[in-house]
Write a protein that binds this ligand. Structure first.
Ligand code: G6P
Length: 610
């Protein structure tokens, strides 16, 4: 997982590439590098540095060069330790050809052996360096042809940008499995792993497909398949503004994204509710209405936080649509030879739309003939394009590695989809109308929950040094317990476990010691009394309870050390409100522990490797 950016035009490439790298830093941040074709002698200046992009910037301060063609990279190591040598760009033996790469070359070892037998000397431990030597092997003055020939021998995932010192007017880009977008300016192009590195310069973009490449010259571009069949890609307009992507005045993207949930939830719903008719309008599903009406089974598949959303989806689909539903980790689904028949709908949930396992699950499900839908945030992403139909989250770009606002919008879309299916089965308009009215209040209710911020910070202060946490909930709130624990693990590096509350007595109860923080989702609802019994069990063993409770419920004060009240809403909506205090709790614990909240160690925003 890495970020790549490349520029060809008449402006100075360095500031554009640097700015782009900073925007892509969320995709990887263990090392970075840049290759610029220098105006004065035509040679490539290649500079790489271990660590954050600021380390590269510091080295580049000493270099004074002008250049209008270059490529750059921010890395999240897969093959080879994060260090200067393994950082990209990688060059061939002549130092004339440079490549940046996001993805994994699966047959790199065989290719490396072959190249070494031919006398190639490798400098790094990376799979990417193979590409540089392979392209050089085929280079006879035409960079496009060399890349094409090389890629035909490659198995694996890649988004690449390639330049050559002898070709001052060519940048070649290609993709297979990893994202790559081309920004189209006036006599200039920017290639990047995502739109955030481009939109400051142009909103006109071209999305490359798998096994497709583009040859960019200042005078124009052309695209073709890796097998040299010409292709035609329409120029599209990106809707996100740079301001949306920026941090505003918040210290971290994660906090900004938690705080903007009232707006993002409203955006997700906008124009999709018809209260009068008791209907949700999901344009992205219109082509699939017939199949959806006859669906007999739903399989939700995803990874990480999106998988937790899927777990809530199981309750929603069975409750509101009365359709048997299962949830599967995408990584398990794809390898398990799942049973899919024509009455099965597979729904893939993904913020980025690029998660490798989820994308592979989509492909497997389609291969087996299922109708495959996507719930995706990034417009035009691989999963969005690889599914039969779907619903976009429209919650704006999410930059913090730990997913927050995308999760709440995923829950909202799942409620809408469950209603959509329910209306085609047993739900009466008046029932749907009640749900819609309730859902429309959720953004304001979330705004109300956000007012707990200070109180949650105090709770975080008290427990920040505790090494173990438990999160417990039942029914709709069981997946929320899992998500709360995941948030804490991801960004504060504290061990936390989320469980269905009733499971505690089958083992984890042995962990409870004096003063251990145990977070309970204890809203009023069907299983409220049962949750209270679980709280008694924890309290009697010395656990310190932090309870999320329904507004007006003061009876929990006897059991809990801290009670955080949220508005009283029907159970299907509780996860959206309940997750907010848990996001804030994880955030404050991480900040108090001095952790890099937006870029937690070992994690990446978009996991495009298996
Ligand atoms: C990574 C991220 C998680 C995310 C998961 C799935 O692990 O760190 O926050 O939930 O990938 O990502 P997706 O983009 O498919 O929702």
């Amino acid at each position: 997982m890495c970020g790549i950016v490349g520029y060809i035009g008449s402006k100075q490439a360095y500031p554009i590439l640097m700015e782009g790298l900073k925007r892509l830093e969320y995709r990887g941040y263990d090392s970075s590098g840049i290759a610029l074709q220098q105006d004065h002698d035509g040679r490539l200046l290649v500079v790489k540095a271990k660590g954050r992009i600021s380390a590269l910037e510091a080295i580049m301060k000493g270099q004074c060069t002008t250049s209008t063609l270059g490529i750059a990279h921010t890395r999240w190591a897969t093959h080879g330790a994060p260090n200067d040598v393994n950082a990209h760009p990688h060059t061939d033996m002549s130092g004339k050809l440079a490549v940046v790469h996001n993805g994994i070359i699966e047959n790199w070892s065989a290719l490396r052996q072959l190249l070494e037998q031919e006398g190639v000397k490798f400098k790094s431990d990376t799979d990417t360096e193979v590409l540089a030597h392979l392209f050089a092997r085929y280079y006879t003055g035409d960079l496009e042809k060399a890349v094409q020939a090389g890629l035909r021998e490659v198995r694996g995932a890649y988004g690449i940008a390639v330049i050559h010192a002898d070709q001052p007017d060519v940048l070649v880009a290609a993709r297979n499995g990893s994202p790559l977008i081309i920004g189209v300016g006036t006599e200039e192009y920017i290639v990047a792993s995502d739109a955030s590195a481009i939109i400051e310069h142009t909103k006109q973009v071209i999305y490359l497909e798998d096994r497709e490449m583009a040859t960019l010259r200042r005078s124009g571009l052309h695209t073709s398949t890796i097998d040299a069949v010409p292709t035609h890609r329409a120029v599209q307009t990106v809707e996100w503004s740079l301001e949306q992507i920026e941090k505003k005045n918040y210290e971290h993207f994660m906090l900004k994204e938690i705080m903007e949930q009232p707006e993002s939830l409203a955006d997700t719903m906008r124009g999709r509710m018809d209260v009068e008719a008791g209907e949700v309008i999901l344009g992205g599903l219109s082509d699939a209405t017939k199949q959806l009406t006859h669906a007999r089974r739903v399989v939700l598949t995803a990874c990480g936080t999106a998988w937790h959303a899927g777990l809530v989806g199981e309750y929603l689909f069975e409750d509101l649509a009365r359709i048997p539903t299962e949830v599967d980790y995408a990584s398990e689904f794809r390898y398990r030879n799942p049973i899919i028949d024509e009455g099965t709908i597979v729904i893939a949930i993904s913020q980025s739309g690029e998660t490798a396992d989820t994308l592979a699950a989509v492909r497997e499900a389609r291969l087996k003939g299922a109708l495959v839908l996507g719930i995706v945030n990034v417009v035009g992403s691989s999963i969005a394009r690889g599914t039969d139909a779907g619903v976009y989250l429209h919650c704006g770009p999410e930059i913090g590695v730990a997913s927050t606002k995308a999760f709440s919008s995923q829950l909202e879309v799942l409620i809408m989809m469950a209603m959509y299916l329910g209306r085609r089965k047993h739900l009466a308009p008046y029932q749907a109308r009640e749900i819609i009215k309730g859902l429309q209040q959720v953004p304001e209710q979330v705004r109300h929950v956000l007012k707990l911020n200070k109180k949650i910070q105090d709770v975080a202060e008290k427990y920040k040094d505790c090494p173990n946490w438990l999160y417990l909930g039942r029914g709709y709130n069981y997946p929320v317990a899992l998500e709360g624990a995941l948030k804490l693990k991801e960004i504060s590096y504290v061990h936390a476990e989320g469980l269905p509350a009733a499971e505690m007595k089958h083992g984890p109860i042995a962990l409870i010691t004096e003063g251990m923080p145990v977070v309970f989702l204890a809203n009023r609802g069907l299983q409220y009394e049962k949750v209270l019994s679980n709280m008694e069990e924890v309290r009697s063993r010395g656990g310190h309870i932090i309870a999320i409770a329904t507004e007006g419920d003061n009876s929990l004060r006897r059991l809990a050390k801290h009670v955080l009240h949220v508005p009283d809403v029907p159970e299907p909506f509780q996860p959206i409100l309940n997750v907010v205090p848990l996001q804030l709790l994880a955030y404050h614990v991480a900040v108090l522990r001095g952790c890099a909240v937006d870029k937690p160690r070992n994690l990446a925003k978009s996991v495009t490797v298996e």
